[in-house]
Design a protein around this ligand. Structure first.
Ligand code: NAD
Ligand code: TDX
Length: 339
């Protein structure tokens, strides 16, 4: 077992990265965390505010900055790499930052890991496998072919391949995880669930892309964080692990549940222009993670997890309000849907 004492978390001021930082602080007081984050529109230092300064340090900077990595990386025993441009709609409007951060940034981190012999865990997405038909019996398996659809998912697929070849060619000690759709507190209002919750809180009609029948496989962000720790500490170097809670739901079903819980008429939403190239369905087979590392999701009641998430947005308007107007303006400029 690998026992990290001094880790770097890239993108630790984003939604999932900050959840991981809070999770490590809560469960592993022996592990110091250096957060390396550029603080883009998606990064917010408030996401890690209040954590003990003796255990968490924030370095504001870009994962593409080689000089900075040469200063920050030595002395750390692992990097957990979350930093990315993460929103599909943004990638369709302007792919360039995705290529830079997701591809070049991962390459720079791999080079730093090689140079300073540091363990890497690379956080990726199920979207690298493309999509499934609604009625298809199979789910994504670790060795399935890569078939990304969007600029976002092709940059993530590319970064995964860089990691695999740095393991094979240079012997870099790295693992990869590909996770399904996350939900929970601190998620940016551009994403589906927080967008609809905050729409209702603002009195805006919720917006469903296309026919609303697209299916995503949902996992609570805390279950993702625990899985990443398990893979970092007990996973086999060079391996890919799929993380998912086996909870497939259509967008329209989730929207109706949000509306029901928030006391808004269940049919009061708009169908808007579909996302170009919109993936139909994702579904993860997490058997390898469950068998090898004994991981199981703890948040298995989706309605309950959603209810807690709604409560969090109700109680943290100061957190999301500044981003809300800007995000809705972007949607409007792109023609009413996300684009
Ligand atoms: P997010 O957009 O909320 O956060 C991204 C963070 O990375 C932000 O804090 C941002 O400031 C930082 N960042 C961006 N560019 C950077 C750069 N060049 N240098 C340093 N920091 C930079 O994203 P998220 O939803 O928390 O996703 C985190 C990771 O998990 C991503 O790699 C994403 O591909 C992956 N992932 C996300 C999901 C999901 O459902 N959201 C599912 C599977 C995998
Ligand atoms: O307003 C909306 N209406 C809508 O119907 C938005 C923002 C989205 N949608 C649909 C599109 C998708 O089918 O909801 C679904 C979820 O959309 P997103 O929240 O944009 O997520 P998705 O595109 O599935 O990608 C997410 O999961 C995989 C994350 O954003 C990625 O970072 C992760 O890799």
């Amino acid at each position: 077992e690998f026992e990290p004492h001094n880790i770097i978390v890239t993108g630790g001021c984003g939604f999932i990265g900050s959840n991981f930082v809070r999770w490590v602080v809560a469960h592993h007081p022996e592990c110091h965390v250096t957060v390396l984050d550029k603080l883009t529109y998606a990064g917010n230092p408030a996401n890690i505010a209040g954590l003990p300064e003796s255990q968490v340090e924030l370095v504001v900077g870009d994962v593409c900055d080689e000089g900075l990595l040469n200063m920050v990386v030595p002395g750390h025993d692992a990097i957990v790499h979350y930093a990315a441009e993460s929103h599909n709609d943004n990638s369709i409007a302007d792919p360039e930052p995705f290529v830079r951060t997701n591809v070049v940034g991962t390459y720079r981190l791999l080079e730093a890991c090689r140079k300073y012999d540091v363990r890497l865990h690379h956080v990726s997405t199920d979207e690298v496998y493309g999509d499934l038909a609604l009625d298809e019996a199979r789910r994504f398996e670790p060795d399935d072919p890569y078939r990304p659809s969007s600029p976002y998912s092709s940059t993530k697929a590319s970064s995964d391949m860089f990691v695999r070849s740095w393991v094979r060619t240079y012997g870099v000690r790295a693992t990869i995880s590909n996770c399904s759709n996350n939900y929970g507190p601190y998620q940016h209002v551009e994403k589906f669930i927080p967008r609809q919750i905050t729409n209702v809180l603002c009195g805006i009609r919720p917006k469903l892309y296309g026919d609303g029948r697209n299916v995503r496989d949902w996992i609570h962000v805390e279950d993702h964080s625990r899985a990443v720790w398990d893979i970092l500490t007990r996973g086999r170097v060079g391996e890919t692990y799929l993380i998912g809670a086996g909870d497939e739901r259509s967008n329209i079903e989730i929207l109706r549940e949000i509306l029901r819980q928030m006391g808004w008429p269940e049919d009061d939403f708009e169908l808007v222009r579909d996302r170009p190239g919109h993936d139909r369905r994702y579904a993860i087979d997490p058997t390898k993670l469950e068998r090898e590392l004994d991981w199981m999701p703890a948040h298995t009641d989706f309605a309950e997890g959603l209810s807690q998430t709604i409560t969090w947005y109700r109680e943290n308007e100061d957190w999301w309000r500044p981003a809300k107007e800007v995000t809705e303006m972007k949607h409007a400029e792109r023609g009413g849907s996300g684009l």
